[in-house]
Design a protein around this ligand. Structure first.
Ligand SMILES: Nc1nc2c(c(=O)[nH]1)N[C@H]1C(S)=C(S)[C@@H](COP(=O)(O)OP(=O)(O)OC[C@H]3O[C@@H](n4cnc5c(=O)[nH]c(N)nc54)[C@H](O)[C@@H]3O)O[C@H]1N2
Ligand SMILES: Nc1nc2c(c(=O)[nH]1)N[C@H]1C(S)=C(S)[C@@H](COP(=O)(O)OP(=O)(O)OC[C@H]3O[C@@H](n4cnc5c(=O)[nH]c(N)nc54)[C@H](O)[C@@H]3O)O[C@H]1N2
Ligand code: SF4
Ligand code: SF4
Ligand code: SF4
Ligand SMILES: [Mo]
Length: 859
């Protein structure tokens, strides 16, 4: 049976496009606008209204409510049923971001469906009978005590005022406009509609982006705009005089910087200056920033936070495959795949919308294998969890390859036709039997065999990894072993497969693509290659320095040796995020001249000679490139903070003052220049970005639709390269003095230094203080209870924090997040770096833990 509206009409389809009617000859007819259907619809709406709290003036959804518009369409202004309204229960205010009012709930079930089927959480269900029926969260009935992770996706789909964001009290739909943009937090690249009233952002709604398909996580939905108007924003340039910051005009600040940087350059040579770019900011800002360092500073000492994050992916995948980026797309690796191999990625917390898509995949039958030293949330959804000891990835992957080769599961055709270096790798892993490796990794040998078989035998099986692979003493080797494993079973260059690093920051992919690197000009064109240098000299009309520059991790300590004298930090906070905070402090104190350009007065900014205010993502136009290489628009939604210059303009003016003239009319003009010099961005411009839902590089020409899957017929480097990688233990392992192996990482609610998330009060309500995860056995042995204050020390320093006792970590291991200033994990972390990508080992250091005696009560 087909349904249709009135016979013969041209009607809009579900996407709003007008379509001619289908021939329904011989089909029974269903009339949706007949008198009879109108009456029954009216009756249904009347029933809904009969016990509804029809107090539309007070309701935040007034003017944006499906029930209200259906009632109006039916000509109903009040219910025709008489009698007293029955009590339905109290409003649940327990969630910090939204409320549930059962009196406004029409029990449509959209919220529970989205929570279950899309968010993969299943928090909500119907409870009660008759008039008392309502939605409840979890077993105890309120959001606070349920498994709810405050993603707000239920709020976004609720058609009435039943589930509403608390901030919605402050506006009505008709007062607002929506500006579609890209989330400023993680590399997923979710599309958001910022809701704007009087040029101020008052709320955020999910938009239908390719990566997020209308989902958001708690940070995108609730924490993406309050920081923009925070009173703590920097508003004026500041120069430090006699130890105090004094507000100055832009021209005074820029003249002063040009003079100070200029003096250092002539006194100590151009190599004495350096710049750190900002992966949180736009492609356009980053391109101009690195151009300023290369032309006006006159060196390649430019880098970005990928150095302490996914630099091993850029180097390792560059060496083995030819492109240091995610090979497939988010949708491709989470839809219709047989097995997902997840290594060192806490996806539901760090890339929550990808995490939700993994949970959806599991609901549809995908098997999940997790390799992670912690019992992360996704373990509940997995078929197999290899809870390896931190720092032993390479041993484990070698053993999996050993099994695959021994059992004849390698893809010999793929190896012969598309790769090189196989024999040396094969000979090396011959020695890595599961039995030998099991005690190194502290996993059962049978599980290694099981994982190897499941991954090798699956047809579609993406390998997804993150910092549990990269942030190690041998991080780049760890990444290369990801390539080894995927190539061994021919799972590269095909749909539903690939090697997929989840990039961290909203625009870290873009900052790397556009040359914020001491090794690469924009587009990964190599510093030191004479042809590349000639190309950029012609494009930028100046002589360029041919020496590979210093990484961030080299440039900071170089302040203590006098090799680096002046530093411009654009949107990074190394005092909070680099390892060994006490040493970072010495680096900053030794810097002759330090500029920090940020939204807030960060810990690092306090050490600066000049502090400049920056504009946030919501106050400027530009683009971000997400983890799947998709370039997407960022659009100005809010009025820019008065008197603050857009970041790229500051770089242009400083460069000009230092003798290299630069000026750009608009971000779009900067993108046009990028397209000229970066072949993989050659076909990208703002007009095309408006017409498409972003473009995935390589996108070489104006008619190139972009590239969803890399290395399809040929690797970017020609042949895929196997590397023989022996397992080597991390730099610092536990011993008698420091008996615990500490890893560091993240949790869902806070983002990096918290400087943006902590401006939304509900976030701190959920995750307001630092903690150290400990195993129950260890805690009991030491008499430490959950929530107790403890002192944690490493060879580099001591901090105090609170014990979180549960079995998330194994015996002998502990875990802290990097988010908190009080209880800063980086006072403890080891600054030792990997040799190739120069990334610190944030995931393994040795610590000791002592209970802190509670203060004696004097009464
Ligand atoms: N909520 C939130 N989201 C974020 C961020 C944030 O601060 N907060 N930051 C963003 C950034 S910059 C990044 S780079 C990403 C990072 O995203 P992730 O890499 O997913 O996050 P982490 O918590 O650092 O580490 C991931 C996992 O590595 C595991 N691990 C530790 N050591 C090892 C090991 O030796 N082997 C293996 N296999 N696993 C190990 C840890 O147990 C942890 O579960 O997140 C981004 N998203
Ligand atoms: N212990 C430990 N430490 C770690 C890690 C770990 O796993 N463990 N992870 C590391 C990783 S992966 C990363 S990526 C780093 C992150 O380290 P950082 O990059 O230092 O951390 P963020 O908090 O992202 O800081 C970004 C800064 O940019 C500013 N900002 C944002 N947008 C703009 C803008 O448009 N313009 C300007 N001018 N400023 C802006 C923000 O206010 C903020 O101060 O931390 C690293 N540190
Ligand atoms: S989506 Fe809204 S109206 Fe529908 S059941 Fe959920 S809370 Fe009630
Ligand atoms: S906020 Fe998210 S997790 Fe919580 S009930 Fe709603 S959809 Fe489920
Ligand atoms: S998953 Fe990442 S990009 Fe998406 S809303 Fe959350 S923080 Fe933003
Ligand atoms: Mo990162």
């Amino acid at each position: 049976m087909r349904s249709k509206q009135n016979k013969g009409d041209t009607l809009p389809n579900q996407y709003g496009r007008l379509v001619a009617p289908v021939s329904l000859e011989g089909e029974p007819e269903v009339l949706s606008r007949s008198e009879q259907t109108r009456n029954s619809r009216r009756f249904a709406v009347d029933l809904e209204l009969s016990n509804h709290d029809v107090n539309c003036f007070e309701c935040p959804k007034n003017g944006d409510c499906q029930l209200q518009s259906d009632a109006m369409a039916a000509g109903l202004f009040h219910t025709s049923f008489h009698g007293k309204r029955q009590p339905v229960g109290q409003i649940d205010h327990s969630n910090p971001f939204f409320d549930y009012d059962p009196a406004k709930c029409i029990l449509c079930g959209r919220c529970s469906q989205v929570c279950h089927l899309r968010q993969g959480r299943n928090v909500l269900s119907l409870s009660g009978r008759g008039f008392a029926t309502k939605m409840v969260a979890g077993y105890e009935g309120d959001f606070d005590s349920s498994m709810c992770e405050s993603c707000g996706n239920c709020v976004s789909v609720c058609p009435t005022g039943a589930l509403t964001a608390k901030v919605h009290q402050d506006y009505r739909k008709w007062e607002t406009t929506q500006v579609k943009t890209t989330c400023p937090y993680c590399g997923t690249g979710c599309q958001i509609n910022l809701v704007v009233k009087n040029r101020k952002i008052v709320d955020a709604e999910p938009a239908n982006g390719v990566a997020n398909k209308n989902l958001l996580c708690v940070k995108g939905k609730f924490a993406s705009y309050k920081f923009v108007t925070s009173g703590e924003r920097l508003k004026k340039p500041l120069i430090k005089r006699d130890g105090e910051f004094v507000p100055v005009s832009w021209s005074e600040a820029i003249n002063y910087m040009a003079e100070r940087f200029g003096t250092l350059k002539s006194q100590y040579g151009p190599d004495s200056l350096a710049g750190f770019a900002c992966s949180r900011s736009t492609n356009e800002d980053n391109y101009v920033f690195q151009k300023m360092v290369r032309t006006a500073f006159g060196n390649n000492n430019v880098d970005n936070c990928a150095r302490v994050c996914h630099a091993p992916s850029v180097h390792g995948l560059g060496i083995t495959l030819g492109s240091g980026a995610m090979t497939n797309t988010i949708a491709d690796i989470t839809t219709d795949v047989d097995v997902i191999l997840l290594i060192g990625s806490n996806t539901t917390e760090a890339h929550p919308v990808i995490g939700a898509q993994i949970r959806q995949a599991v609901q549809h039958g995908t098997k999940l294998i997790i390799i992670d030293p912690r019992n992360i949330d996704l373990v509940k959804n997995s078929t197999l969890h290899l809870q390896l000891k931190g720092g032993t990835n390479i041993a484990l992957i070698n053993a999996m390859m050993h099994v695959i080769i021994k059992e004849g599961l390698a893809d010999e055709k793929f190896i012969a036709e598309r790769t090189e270096g196989y024999e040396a790798m094969r000979d090396l892993v011959a020695d890595y039997t599961p039995e030998k490796v099991a005690p190194i990794c502290e996993v059962a040998p049978e599980d290694i065999v099981k994982a190897a078989r499941m991954y090798a035998l699956a047809d579609k099986a993406p390998l997804i990894y993150c910092l549990g692979v990269t942030e190690h003493s041998f991080g780049t080797e760890g990444v290369m072993s990801m390539s080894n494993l995927a190539m061994l079973v021919g799972k590269v260059g095909r749909p539903g497969c690939g090697v997929n690093p989840l990039r961290g920051q909203n625009n870290v992919q873009g900052a790397c693509d556009l040359g914020a690197s001491p090794f690469d000009f924009p587009g990964y064109q190599k510093v030191g290659d004479p042809a590349v240098q000639a190309k950029f000299e012609a494009a930028w009309h100046t002589k360029l320095n041919d020496k590979i520059g210093l990484t961030e991790t080299q440039a900071l300590p170089a302040a203590q040796t006098g090799r680096i004298r002046g530093l411009y930090i654009f949107g990074e906070d190394p005092m909070a995020t680099d390892p060994d905070t006490n040493d970072v402090r010495r680096d900053l104190e030794n810097m002759d001249f330090l500029v920090v350009h940020d939204l807030f007065m960060t810990e690092t900014a306090k050490y600066a000679d000049v502090v400049l205010p920056g504009l946030s993502y919501a106050e400027k136009d530009g683009t971000f490139t997400n983890t799947e290489r998709r370039v997407q628009r960022v659009r100005q939604a809010a009025k820019a903070l008065g008197g603050v210059k857009v970041d790229y303009q500051v770089f242009s003016e400083l460069a000009t003052k230092m003798g290299y003239e630069m000026a750009y009319d608009s971000p779009s003009a900067i993108m046009d220049e990028i397209a000229q010099v970066v072949p993989s961005y050659g076909g990208i411009n703002y007009e095309r970005l408006e017409q498409n839902s972003g473009l995935q590089w390589p996108c070489r020409t104006l008619d190139d639709p972009g590239t969803p899957i890399l290395h399809v017929d040929k690797f970017t480097r020609g042949k895929g390269l196997f590397k023989a990688l022996p397992y080597q233990p991390p730099d610092e392992l536990p011993d008698d003095q420091y008996p615990f192996l500490m890893a560091t990482g993240r949790q869902l609610y806070q983002y990096n230094t918290r400087v943006m998330t902590d401006k939304t009060p509900g976030i701190d309500q959920l995750a307001g203080r630092s903690y150290i995860e400990m195993n129950t056995v260890d805690a009991q042995k030491m008499g430490i209870k959950d929530g107790d204050k403890v002192q944690v020390s490493s060879r580099r320093g001591t901090i105090q924090t609170y014990a979180a006792v549960a079995d998330v970590v194994s015996v002998g291991s502990v875990f802290m997040t990097l988010h908190y200033h009080d209880g800063n994990a980086n006072v403890l972390t080891n600054p030792h770096c990997d040799d190739i990508a120069i990334i610190p080992d944030y995931k393994v250091c040795a610590v000791k833990i002592e209970p802190v005696a509670a203060p004696v009560d004097s009464h």
